[in-house]
Design a protein around this ligand. Structure first.
Ligand SMILES: [Zn+2]
Length: 451
């Protein structure tokens, strides 16, 4: 990007100055975030009275009042009294859904509005919740790429997206062929992954691998790795995890195993063998645990379902349809087993942590009653206040580690000079009260202030 722009400027200097090009020729104004306590994402002691200088899309300097001065003419944004931190990541979202309880109805009714209305609305809601990067795990190919690219081009607001496009699985469920691709044999498995890679997806989402042949699973993972794409796989059932581990899946999604009390011993052993192998890098796991913990609370205290924040960008017709579908939260089939699963979650989370996986914050945002406007902070809150994860560690699982997992840590994930200015600030001390993240006061993505 930068090189192209400089080349364009050089060309302009040699030719006639076009009036419309003049604004681009002026140096971008410096922004300065001044005063707050900075949690930079590396995990060390926060920096008090911080000063962060931003020019264009990038952070140019990070320091403290008194030692790093703010240049004359800079736009000063006070962060006094605030925690300042890297923009959040959500590693498991579904932009094509918005909390509606009936997938069959949704998949029949709204595909024509995915690309134009629904996915952009989801993206915007995520950004306004302080999520500046998100991984979309399952959606129609063209729409996913189009929304990602429009955000990157600055045409619509949203987080930087890493998209999988369609799920890769043994066979799509009837009526879901638009965003689920079936795999029949090794050649087909390789072909489908190649098609996604050629189209430009960022990651391969693999599910139901326990229904594939071993050769098919191996082909999917191998082809993805050959193309430099990580494979993110479901871990709902024991055999999905076993096969994923056997074939080198990089990242598992969900705690899984339904209401079973814990992961079987052989699986824990295989995870430990994998995490012990340093040369292969960390094994990532996105437990997507908040919705399971909070369902009963939400069922009995449904005021949050009326929050206008989840309606941002949606048409009144869509909002009404969603509202109608979740009018009786206690009756949704999707959640009937959840109270029986809930008591097993802490044990499973502990087994994974003890086995040495690197946990990532992701939420399955978009599933029934789970809105893009509030999923991410709730996941962090569940980790800290229910599971006892230290707040700094939870924040790193939503900032630093996702950027490493997606191999973009040179550009995002921490507040560091040279990286993109993806920064949020929130009144109060998030290390003491993590739930403050439900109301983010300042949101900057790639140097542009959105709040
Ligand atoms: Zn999901």
């Amino acid at each position: 990007m930068r090189r192209i722009r400089l080349a364009a400027l050089a060309a302009l200097a040699l030719t006639v100055i076009v009036p419309s090009a003049v604004p681009h020729a002026q140096p971008a104004q410096v922004k300065a975030l001044v005063g707050g306590t900075l949690i930079d994402g590396f995990g060390g002691v926060p920096i008090r009275n911080s000063v962060i200088l931003i020019q264009g899309e990038r952070i140019t300097a990070v320091g403290q009042a008194g030692t790093l001065s703010v240049p004359q003419g800079a736009e000063v944004i006070s962060t006094e009294g605030m925690s300042v931190l890297p923009g959040l990541w959500d590693m498991h979202v579904h932009l094509m859904i918005n909390g509606h309880a009936d997938y069959e109805h949704w998949d029949k009714t709204y595909p024509s509005q995915f690309e134009s209305v629904i996915m952009p609305a989801s993206a915007r809601q995520l950004l306004m919740a302080g999520v500046t990067s998100a991984r979309d795990l399952g959606g129609p190919l063209e729409a996913s790429l189009s929304v990602r690219d429009r955000i990157n081009a600055g045409k619509i607001p949203g987080p930087t997206l890493y998209v999988s496009g369609p799920f890769i699985q043994k066979a799509p469920y009837p009526g879901t062929e638009l965003f689920r691709w079936g795999v029949d044999g090794v050649a087909d498995a390789r072909g489908k992954v190649r098609k996604l890679a050629d189209a430009g997806v960022n990651v391969i989402k693999l599910i139901d691998q326990d229904q594939m042949t071993m050769e098919e699973v191996g082909a999917v993972v191998d082809e993805a790795h050959k193309r430099g794409l990580m494979v993110v796989a479901h871990s709902h059932r024991p055999e999905e995890i076993r096969r994923g581990l056997a074939f080198g899946v990089d990242n598992f999604e969900h705690t899984g195993l339904s209401s079973a009390p814990e992961y079987p011993e052989d699986i824990v052993k295989s995870i430990v063998e994998r995490t012990a192998n340093m040369s292969r890098g960390p094994l990532y796991w996105t437990p997507t645990i908040e919705g399971l913990f909070n369902y009963e609370y939400l069922r009995d205290n449904p005021e949050q379902l009326d929050d206008p924040a989840w309606q941002l960008g949606l048409t009144p017709e869509i909002v009404k349809d969603i509202r109608d579908s979740i009018r009786t939260p206690d009756r949704l089939p999707y959640f009937q087993l959840t109270p029986i699963r809930r008591p097993t979650l802490a044990r499973k989370f502990k087994q994974l942590s003890d086995a040495g996986v690197v946990m990532l914050v992701g939420t399955d945002s978009g599933i029934p009653m789970k809105f893009h406007s509030s999923s991410t902070w709730r996941e962090l809150d569940a980790w800290v206040n229910i599971l006892g994860v230290p707040p700094m560690q939870a924040i790193r699982s939503a900032t630093y580690w996702p950027s490493v997992a997606m191999k973009v840590d040179k550009n995002v994930g921490t507040v560091t000079p040279g990286k993109y200015a993806d920064i949020i600030a929130v009144k109060g001390d998030v290390l003491r009260y993590i739930a403050l993240l439900q109301r983010v006061d300042v949101i900057v993505r790639h140097g542009v202030r959105h709040k």
